[in-house]
Design a protein around this ligand. Structure first.
Ligand SMILES: Cc1cc2nc3c(=O)[nH]c(=O)nc-3n(C[C@H](O)[C@H](O)[C@H](O)COP(=O)(O)OP(=O)(O)OC[C@H]3O[C@@H](n4cnc5c(N)ncnc54)[C@H](O)[C@@H]3O)c2cc1C
Length: 398
């Protein structure tokens, strides 16, 4: 096979889920020449192709918004033409109180509309999107990735680039480049989220809830759909998981159809619904115990979707390692401990790390020597609040 060569781009974003979208947008807005490789033919990753359309909270559950910038911009974009459910009018229209008893700042959105709108947003901002393009390998020299190998309808192309963002969700690029990574020890439960229609319209069916982290269980075990667990890192295993997910969907629908003959399966996920696979072993590993902790190098904050209260500042050091200097990771595979992983993997957190990674990639090709203060200044200029001490303390109670 002839190898094509491309040297047009400064920044390569691998993966076009919520993390990759945020990366590409942030980097392009800094004036860089950005290419985004996505193996599907739609942006959004698990948040569209995976049918996971619940944008979890940007707030702490006690009336304080903690995630801002692109995380908020994408939430608003996702409901440009209305929300599917959970419209947070107390936040967006300032119509009600924001206490621990009120709706958190979250929405359920339409996957297809979001994908169409965000694709235009990226293109309008100058990002080149390459669909159907699988990043299959990386070449490294002197602790830097010098080229990515990408396969698509054109064949195989070597992209020579300065900075690489791994937003594959699985740390694929980190693994290709030989950066240190860790896999999810517990393994993923089977999930089968699908959409069906009946005379009342279409609805999401969520089969296979996430595990409850060990220290929160207290006898509150959730029974998985099946006992088997999945790593999400083995081609054969993923295919078996997808098959089991389809069979679970079929059995569930047959039960529903027995009660209502108008029930029809309308949409299946087109990427595997796997939560946690592989993560970076970064310069710093953020722990679930570091709640309300000040970090000098914070790039933004995230809330805990599982419960109201906890807020985490996210250290820049959780996004890179020294072993591969021009590689940065965003999304559901940043450097956090096993328990916090379930908090950090969700959509708003992917947007927070994505915006920081994209902004950083526009500033350097050696992340460990980046002047973090300069990165923070750009993030703040773009609306990100870095530290909990900088949050406005007044609650909206009207
Ligand atoms: C069953 C389930 C329920 C969930 N529920 C919620 C929820 O209610 N709310 C919430 O906020 N989050 C939820 N999540 C988590 C959330 O959906 C994801 O963690 C988040 O969307 C991940 O975003 P990401 O961009 O990091 O990764 P992904 O969405 O996985 O995006 C990665 C993208 O990279 C592409 N890609 C991967 N490898 C390559 C490669 N080598 N070359 C090119 N492209 C590549 C993929 O096609 C994909 O588009 C759930 C997840 C699951 C599985």
């Amino acid at each position: 096979m002839k190898l094509l060569i491309n040297s047009e781009y400064e920044i390569a974003v691998c993966g076009g889920g919520f993390a990759g979208i945020s990366v590409a947008l942030a980097a392009a807005r800094c004036g860089k020449k950005v290419i985004l490789f996505e193996k599907q033919y739609i942006l959004g990753g698990l948040g569209t192709s995976g049918l996971i359309t619940i944008y979890l909270p940007l707030c702490d559950g006690y009336g304080h918004q903690v995630s801002f910038g692109i995380a908020e911009e994408l939430l608003k974009l996702s409901i440009t033409y209305g929300a599917e459910a959970l419209y947070p009018d107390n936040w967006l229209d300032n119509k009600g109180p924001r206490t621990e008893n009120d709706n958190r700042y979250m929405v359920e959105y339409n996957a297809q509309l979001f994908a169409i709108l965000v694709e235009k947003l990226l293109i309008d901002n100058g990002v080149d999107i390459l669909y159907g393009s699988y990043v299959v390998d990386a070449k490294t020299e002197d602790k830097k990735i010098t080229s990515l190998y990408v396969e698509n309808k054109s064949g195989r192309t070597e992209y020579r680039i300065n900075a690489v963002v791994d937003a594959t969700g699985d740390c694929d690029i980190a693994e290709f480049a030989g950066a240190p990574t860790e896999t999810f020890k517990q393994g993923n439960v089977l999930a089968a989220w699908y959409f069906y229609t009946d005379e009342n319209g279409y609805k999401m069916r969520q089969l296979g809830a996430s595990d409850i982290p060990e220290e929160e269980r207290k006898g509150n075990e959730r029974k998985p759909l099946i006992p088997r667990r999945f790593t999400g890192l083995d081609g054969k295993e993923i295919s078996e998981m997808v098959y089991l997910s389809h069979q679970t969907t079929l059995q569930d629908w047959l039960k529903r159809r027995a009660q209502n003959e108008n029930t029809v399966i309308s949409t299946l996920a087109t990427i595997p619904q796997i939560r946690m696979t592989r993560k970076l072993v970064g310069e710093y590993e953020l722990s679930h115990t570091e709640v309300h902790t000040f970090f000098e190098d914070s790039i933004g904050m995230v809330a805990n979707w599982r419960k109201r209260g906890p807020v985490y500042e996210v250290p820049f050091r959780t996004l890179y390692c020294r072993d591969i200097k021009n590689l940065i990771v965003a999304g559901r595979s940043t450097s956090v401990n096993e328990t916090l992983w379930d908090v950090m993997r969700v959509i708003p957190c992917c947007a927070v790390t994505g915006e920081a990674a994209g902004t950083a990639a526009a500033m350097t090709d050696d992340f460990s020597s980046l002047n973090v203060k300069e990165l923070q200044e750009v993030l703040q200029k773009n609306g990100v609040v870095l530290h909990e001490k900088d949050l406005q303390t007044s609650l909206c109670q009207d």
